[in-house]
Design a protein around this ligand. Structure first.
Ligand code: ZN
Length: 285
């Protein structure tokens, strides 16, 4: 394993990402239709025939069949392989960023922390999509990503070189607990629900993956992104309701916060320290 070059592992990570993308395709199709994710096994939605595993391979299956189902020759949307390809690119990006952008592709991956960082970034990048999609549509954050992040963060902390298991555990407890406390205070002051418990669990997961400071930086940047996006959005929306003479009870406060956390997390995982140093330098000269 010491001598296998980076380009080979990038292909492996692309493949893993594409498999996750393929699983997302299944979820997006089945969940709203109330079909179980495992049972029945993969079948054609039109003629109900079983789909053999070789045609289920991400991207390859679609190309193999040239975009038409094997059973009844119906066109299969190109959206599916595109989604798988994007997820594959995110997977490869996770490893390439962890190895350091610009690393020679012929070099073997030597440092154990590269694997720890690659695994954490893989989780953060590929988890961002379901958090954004589900939080915007259903105003909740899937436990598989938030609570899953706590479990994955603790597991990754066992790889030497990254954060230690103690830092991971403290990160989850302090980040989650801190945000819960903030939400509790805000609820008392504003006299309305200010913070969803989903956000608390999600930030606890980021604490387990990045440590406490990483999670705090993520929270700050997410809040900043939230303000930058939501203030103009709120003004446009207010204008629209005023123009329509509609009652102004549509809460701008009911914005999902999860997507901002999910976008901020991988950015801060990679560049948090550098951005923080830049900020300190700017403020204190
Ligand atoms: Zn069919």
């Amino acid at each position: 394993m010491q001598e296998i070059p980076l380009w080979y592992w990038l292909i492996v990570f692309f493949g893993l990402g594409a498999c996750v993308g393929s699983f997302y395709n299944v979820i997006v199709y089945r969940m709203p239709r109330g079909i179980s994710l495992i049972n029945p096994p993969s079948h054609c939605p039109l003629c109900k025939k079983r789909i053999p595993i070789r045609y289920n391979l991400p991207i390859v299956g679609w190309l193999w069949l040239r975009g038409k189902s094997a059973c009844c020759k119906q066109p299969i949307s190109v959206i599916y392989p595109i989604g798988e390809g994007l997820c594959g690119l995110l997977g490869a990006l996770a490893l390439y960023a962890a190895a350091g952008f610009g690393t020679d592709l012929m070099q073997p991956v030597k440092a154990p922390e590269t694997w720890a960082n690659a695994a954490a970034l893989f989780w953060l990048l590929l988890g961002a999509y379901p958090v954004c999609a589900v939080d915007c549509k259903y105003k909740l954050i899937p436990d598989s990503i938030s609570v899953g992040g706590i479990v994955v963060g603790l597991l990754i902390s066992l790889i030497p070189g990254g954060i230690t298991p103690l830092q991971s555990l403290l990160g989850a407890v302090l980040a989650g607990g801190g945000l819960y406390l903030l939400g509790w205070i805000a609820t008392k002051v504003l006299k309305k629900d200010a913070m969803g418990f989903g956000d608390v669990k999600l930030l606890a997961g980021y604490g387990a993956l990045m440590g406490f400071t990483g999670a705090v930086e993520t929270l700050l940047v997410a809040a900043l992104l939230g303000i930058l996006v939501m203030v103009p959005y709120g003004m446009i929306k207010n204008k629209a309701t005023k123009a329509k003479n509609a009652p102004e009870n549509e809460e701008v406060g009911q914005i999902p916060f999860g997507p901002f956390l999910a976008v901020a997390a991988p950015i801060m995982y990679l560049w948090g320290e550098a951005l923080f140093a830049l900020y300190i330098n700017y403020v204190f000269g």
